[in-house]
Design a protein around this ligand. Structure first.
Ligand code: ATP
Ligand code: MG
Length: 397
């Protein structure tokens, strides 16, 4: 199950007398029959020894102080890290220092969850010191060691637990779950950027609603505005999250739409300008009519880049809407070249100038004609539009 480009590196370390295992996400995914995106390797070779072994290859040394060498094989980066232990986490996020060790078990012990601490050797043997294989079978996220201590060391693990659980559809083991609730205030030590990143990962997971329900108190630590939602409003939000697809921006809009001032929440969590604009645009369209072709045309007009996202958002809110038929209707409209934007009108700004209009009048007239065309009161043909301009150009004067 280990691809040749990874085996090459493992063999190279073995030939020099070092151990090397695939560790973490790749083993977890492989055992769950899920696709593997990247391979992390762990070895007893010290950083200098790794550099020596791989001196003929292209490497990146950005993480070398913490024991990580990135080796590029056929353009693919593979991270190889020396077995290490971590001690005292003064800032509740990063170890104050790391120490290299020769024991694989110790390297596994520093990892967050049992299912993330599985190692595979080249022949496919899985080394499992903390019961990760059983937890995979039982679909459980469990901390290695004392969950309270592990969350106190690195509070980001609180959100990682929720993200992995939501992504894999796993339950959180009761001791770990209880510690999550007890440790939540430690999230204050985590930067807004990291919270934002984890939240996006959480929302990209298939089942996020049940965790939003069970761990509402945790989300309230970094979005205190959620405390003002009534139980009924929170239920409504959860129901919409359940109906939604795995799109983080749609799900963020669904989470925040009933809160006061979503913009300030997004800014505080360091969302980008584009993300903020998209989420606020979705929220502002919550009540827009979406019954017929004309409504759909106006959506395309007003959401030129995000029409599909908008439809996803609205379908999550309204169980009577059906995303597949809406998307089919939308595609038909765009494929048939239905006129849904002023750019598609059979006249342009110059034609309006020639008819004696100037400045704002031009934009106003184009918008007015588009509305007439959408309403099917006017045909989108050059003579019809020119005729309309002739007879209406003095209306607003
Ligand atoms: P993903 O598919 O999300 O990349 P992953 O398991 O590969 O999942 P990473 O964040 O890439 O997760 O980290 C790789 C491995 O490093 C994890 O499987 C885990 O063993 C360890 N790890 C990462 N972050 C932490 C942390 N904050 N605390 C403890 N161990 C961690
Ligand atoms: Mg990974």
């Amino acid at each position: 199950m280990i691809p040749p480009f990874v085996r090459e590196l493992m063999e190279q370390l073995n030939e020099h007398g070092f151990e090397c295992y695939v560790v973490g996400g790749a083993v977890r995914s492989a055992l769950l029959n899920l696709p593997v995106h990247d391979y992390d390797l762990t070895t007893n070779a010290l950083p200098q020894q790794m550099k020596e072994v791989f001196r003929n290859r292209r490497t990146l040394e950005t993480g070398i102080r913490h024991g990580t060498l990135t080796v590029l094989v056929k353009g693919e980066p593979v991270e190889i890290t020396t077995y290490r232990t971590e001690s005292s986490y003064g800032d509740h996020r990063h170890p104050d220092h790391v120490e290299f060790t020769s024991a694989l078990r110790q390297d596994c012990a520093r990892r967050d969850f049992t299912v993330n601490a599985l190692c595979a050797s080249m022949d496919g043997t899985v080394h499992d010191f903390f019961g990760g294989t059983d937890d995979l079978k039982r679909k459980i996220i469990r901390c290695i060691g004392s969950p309270d201590e592990r969350f106190d060391e690195d509070a980001l693990r609180i959100l990682r637990a929720l993200r992995f659980a939501a992504r894999l559809g796993f339950a959180i083991e009761p001791e770990t779950a209880a510690a999550l609730h007890r440790s939540k205030e430690l999230l204050k030590y985590i930067s807004a950027e990291r919270i934002h990143e984890e939240l996006n990962g959480f929302f990209a997971a298939p089942s996020c609603a049940e965790y939003l329900m069970e761990f509402r108190d945790i989300f309230e630590v970094f979005i205190p505005e959620l405390r003002n939602l009534s139980d009924e409003q929170y239920e409504t939000m959860l129901a919409s999250e359940k109906r939604s697809g795995e799109n983080p921006l749609i799900r963020t809009a669904l989470l925040l739409r009933l809160c006061e001032n979503p913009e300030s929440i997004l800014k505080r969590l360091k969302y980008s300008g584009t993300e903020i604009k998209t989420v606020l645009t979705l929220i502002s369209g919550t009540e827009r009519p979406l019954k017929d072709e004309k409504d759909l045309c106006r959506i395309i007009r007003d959401y030129p880049d995000t029409a599909e996202l908008f439809m996803g958002y609205r379908c999550a809110l309204d169980p009577s809407l059906n995303i597949d038929s809406l998307l089919a209707e939308y595609r038909q409209l765009t494929e048939n070249g239905a006129c849904c934007s002023v750019k598609q009108l059979a006249v342009n700004g110059n034609d309006l100038k020639n008819a004696g209009l100037a400045g704002r009048q031009i934009a106003d007239m184009l918008n007015e004609m588009l509305e007439e065309v959408i309403e099917k009161r006017l045909k989108n043909s050059r003579p019809d539009l020119l005729g309309y301009i002739g007879s209406h150009k003095n209306d607003g004067a």
